[in-house]
Design a protein around this ligand. Structure first.
Ligand code: PAF
Length: 314
């Protein structure tokens, strides 16, 4: 375990900074060793403006509930050796931009967003910086304010998006591994992001439109009417985007395996709908629509799901 305040293998002695204190950020902060992590505050923390730490109840996958207290990164001390970005996909580019002033040009930045497109946008904007993406199957949610639950045990793959990120990969994997969560290095992170995109594209919009837990889509007529065409479109766009061909039946099997495994869970998009928050549709089915158009692939089912979500949540 890393000594508090130090992060093995990363340059500098500061704490890992997490930008985005939602359920994914709180999951990682709950597992990383005490004293090695801080949250980036929404506004600068000063003695006058208030709280110096965020406290919440954390229910790990195994073992008793604990209270986690994570200090906020102080502007005066800021020089984190690693920045983990766990914001919603649509907020990522702006969030990174507004925080770069205290992040050294050689500090690795790891993007944890669902879907695709926002990670590439960050890498394209700052191609000289070490930008990495993470694809995780860890499941976390916040059933009530102030309480984060590690609902599903998974794995995390981390890989480089820019040239200079490659030399940081090993240290980043080691630093994230101090959480005790399973973390792997992935040279081809684009492919790993696609593996997750398939699942999100096949589950999230259906659960939000039907307002049901993940498992209930499997017997719903709306899902059954559209799933085969959706998987055909995903297979064609994925082949154009990654050179990797997966049969559409395999795509459907993967979607349904996860829907069964997480049958009682509320997907992140259904939860966004219930709370009236912007969804990540533009980075899930919306991304497939954009790539489909660029690649000359017809994507009417992805378009239909994207439109339906946008009608529900402007
Ligand atoms: O976005 C989500 O909620 C999750 O990635 C998934 C796999 C759909 C399970 O709830």
């Amino acid at each position: 375990m890393a000594a508090p305040g130090r992060n093995q293998g990363l340059s500098g002695n500061g704490t890992i900074a997490i930008l985005g204190a939602g359920s994914m950020g709180q999951l990682w902060a709950g597992y990383l060793p005490t004293g090695t992590v801080t949250f980036v505050p929404r506004r600068e923390v000063t003695p006058e403006t208030g709280k110096s730490a965020l406290s919440y109840t954390f229910q790990p996958f195994e073992g008793p509930e604990v209270v986690v207290t994570v200090p906020y990164l102080l502007a005066t001390e800021a020089r984190p050796p690693l920045l983990m970005v766990t914001t919603k996909a649509g907020d990522t580019l702006d969030a990174v931009e507004s925080n770069l002033h205290y992040v050294s040009p050689d500090t690795p930045i790891v993007l944890f967003q669902n879907g695709m497109g926002c990670q590439q946008a960050v890498a394209e904007r700052w191609p000289q910086r070490p930008i990495l993406a993470a694809s995780t199957t860890e499941g976390a949610n916040r059933p009530t304010p102030g309480c984060t639950v590690h609902a599903g045990k998974g794995e995390t793959w981390v890989g480089p998006l820019t040239g200079s990120a490659t030399t940081h990969l090993r240290q980043v994997v080691t630093a994230l591994g101090t959480s005790g969560l399973t973390v792997h290095a992935a040279q081809d992170i684009h492919r790993r992001l696609w593996d997750k995109l398939i699942i999100n594209a096949g589950i999230n919009a259906f659960t939000a439109i039907l307002d049901c837990p993940n498992g209930d889509i499997l017997t719903d007529p709306f899902y059954l009417e559209h799933i085969d065409e959706l998987c055909d479109e995903i297979a064609k766009v994925m082949k154009g985007d990654t050179e990797e061909a997966l049969p559409s039946i395999t795509i459907r099997e993967r979607i349904e395996m996860i829907a069964r495994k997480t049958a009682r869970n509320t997907s992140s998009m259904r939860s966004d709908r219930q709370r009236g928050r912007p969804t990540e549709i533009d980075f899930i089915n919306g991304y497939i629509v954009r790539r489909g158009h660029e690649l000359g692939v017809d994507v009417p089912t992805n378009q239909m799901l994207t439109n339906r979500i946008k009608q529900l949540l402007p």
